[in-house]
Design a protein around this ligand. Sequence first.
Ligand code: ZN
Length: 558
Amino acid sequence: MKHALLSILALCGYAAIATAATPTPDAGELKAMTARFAPVEIRVDLASLPENERAALAYLVEASRIVDALFLRQRSPAVPAQLLALADDNSPLGRARLAYFVLNKGPWSELDHDAPFIAGAAPKPGGANFYPLDATREEIDAWIRTLSDTDRLAATGFFTTIRRTPEGKLTTVPYSMEYQGQLGELARLLREAAAATKQPTLKSFLEKRAAAFFSNDYYASDIAWMELDATIEPTIGPYEVYEDEWFNYKAAFEAFITVTDAGETAQLARFGKELQGLEDHLPIDRKYRRAKLGGLAPIRVVNVVVSAGDGNHGIQTAAFNLPNDERVVAEKGSKRVMLRNFQQAKFEKVLLPIAGIALPAEDRALVQFEPFFTHILMHELMHGLGPQTITVDGRATTVRQELKELNGTLEEAKADISGLWALQQLMDKGVIDKRGERGMYVTFLASSFRTLRFGLNESHAKGMALQVNYLLDHGAVRIGEDGRFSLDLAKTKKAVTGLTHDIMTLQARGDYAGVKALLDKMVVIRPEVQRVLDQLEGVPIDIAPRFVTADALLRTVR
Ligand code: ZN
């Protein structure tokens, strides 16, 4: 039954390709589009894992394959059949299409505003496959308004689809029914992994997540995920809601099967002990410093063995915060997971070539992964320092409430620049090696071009423009005859402290007008920066991972 249905769908796919009229990229163009993602082999050292834990990991890798299939189904009803049809096409054009399809997990090019790259492919459906294909956003919206409170909660929930009854009415279907077959298989593999592992918190998460696939209630397993304390750190299930472009209600399936990074975990613990001391010395008026910092949100540094589904298409995720369920966040907070080996791959394939273009030859060797990643860690930690709850005209309020839509940009710039300030403090104190001083700033400067490359349409890039322009204005960064950017170490240290002071003082005062004036002036791409960006055209945009360790593991269970 299943096979017959698939072949009919595949035929429809062929027919659509044959009758299409709009021009789509040819094999050469598709190859160039694919080359924007640098291929990279993802390997993880599993030597320290005992055999039973490696077996658990192998089951989870196998489960990730099902997550891939589930996600294809969720994108649009046509996608799984399109993939099958492409897999059968051995022509050079067919091969090029398949390669790019696999990268994008569908016939839409993410780097080109989701333009279809296969003739006959329909535009990406805004409601994905979460709503009936013949429904409109307005119809769904109007229907939801007619529902009782309980029914509305179900219809707008993370884990349901909306379908039509045989009479054509709209109805809510839980994921546990919609995806019953694949979720049953996923649960089986998670339980195999749970039986293999000797780590209690991992066992607990896997058993509870397997149960959730049947009950459709993910609460207990989300709590168990927050409590994970194991060498294997899996994130697997329905999570992010971006795929539902209509309402952001529905969660797409994804998997990040990872192992914890012992070295970076120790580094984090060391930094954690220094945070109150850093707060006590922030370069701001003493009255703005916090006598006692609140509890820190948990951070995990991991290495990816395999990622799948919504967690692996187009631009690769380098870090994520989960869960999204507000009930879990209220009880347990959320956890930040940083994908170290992905960051490293991006560093090598994207940042190093950028450094070769943006920096003078003598600074390029100083651009290294260690300072790059250490700064990302410190960036995350610095979000927890500095003014947050503030008093404006006698009113108790927060920085976020006062700075409104400007808050994100200023907060990201704060985390970046005060991250450099904090690392300098730790070097001066001997907590980390001071010989890395110049390398830290040079690596940051190179990475600023990577951030600015995508244009000034999100907080990190806007915050970066503010920082680069501030460094230029204070003589910390100079531009050579050849247009390359170099650093004056002494002036850079002063400017980093100065900008940390300026940003945090604006935050402490909740000074919306002051922030607006600063950002209006500084969040621009100046011609000298643009000249460097113009030369980055041939540098890959991102990576295309190939999971070598995961493939080897799979062979051990099959
Ligand atoms: Zn941030």
